[in-house]
Design a protein around this ligand. Structure first.
Ligand code: SF4
Length: 238
């Protein structure tokens, strides 16, 4: 994959058709082959998004597409360990990290909506600090890769390896959708991939600090997100 490869822009209809075909063709493909298809098809109109829980998808993508753009959403509420992981990924991997930020700082949001909006209206807080900046940041791309896995939670059980993101009208690539937690752990161990230090401290899924707690024995990986608030997704993948 040449770093200078910039394919022609495609219409939403073309992208949707590509997504449907690739979803069927690549269902049984390995993660590197799925990412190679995305890099060859979209060039620099393809990016990886990462929450910096681990750098598995960024690592996989950097091997088939050196210099790949890795988009990170800095909500202003991240654990310091998450920002440290972002900085380490940028320093040691052949990727270009692009950090997106919300329109308002946390202080500006507090001034307009009152403090701790995440406790009172987490859907609005996520809309302002996650959904809106990601939508704006993804305008430069036709396709984005995520680290979604089917075994993470019931809401993700039918994640396609390549699908159509109707909300953003983009191709959504989930190269490790079929992986288990064991597959992730093995890949990290084999390649020495960077991980967020909180994963060794009882956290299984890492988001904003006010909305993330450690998981308990027997809970699924995302049980520690918005615990007790009846919320399971932030709107990025819903
Ligand atoms: S996860 Fe919590 S703090 Fe982060 S944007 Fe959503 S509601 Fe706000």
């Amino acid at each position: 994959m040449s770093i200078a490869h910039i394919p022609a822009q495609r219409s939403a209809e073309e992208l949707q058709e590509l997504a449907g075909q690739a979803g069927r063709d690549l269902e049984d493909a390995d993660a590197p082959d799925i990412l190679r298809w995305a890099a060859d098809t979209f060039g620099h109109r393809f990016c990886v998004t990462s929450s910096m829980e681990d750098a598995v998808v960024a690592h996989l993508a950097s091997r088939v597409f050196p210099g790949v753009r890795v988009v990170f959403l800095d909500t202003g509420y991240h654990f310091p360990e998450t920002l440290g992981t972002r900085d380490a990924v940028e320093a040691v991997m052949d990727v270009e990290v692009h950090t997106l930020t919300p329109r308002q700082s946390v202080a500006e949001q507090d001034a307009e909506y009152g403090p701790r909006l995440h406790d009172r209206d987490p859907d609005l807080c996520c809309a302002l600090r996650k959904v809106q900046p990601l939508e704006e940041g993804l305008r430069a791309y036709d396709a984005w890769a995520t680290g979604l896995r089917r075994d993470e939670s019931p809401t993700r059980a039918h994640t396609p390896v390549v699908g159509w993101d109707e909300k953003r009208r983009k191709v959504k690539v989930s190269p490790i959708a079929r992986w288990s937690q064991r597959d992730v752990d093995d890949y990290i161990a084999e390649h020495g991939v960077l991980t967020n230090p909180l994963l060794s401290d009882g956290y299984a899924s890492i988001g904003c600090a006010p909305c993330t707690r450690r998981v308990l024995e027997g809970e699924d990986a995302r049980a520690g997100r918005w615990a007790g608030r009846g919320k399971t997704e932030c709107g990025l993948h819903g």
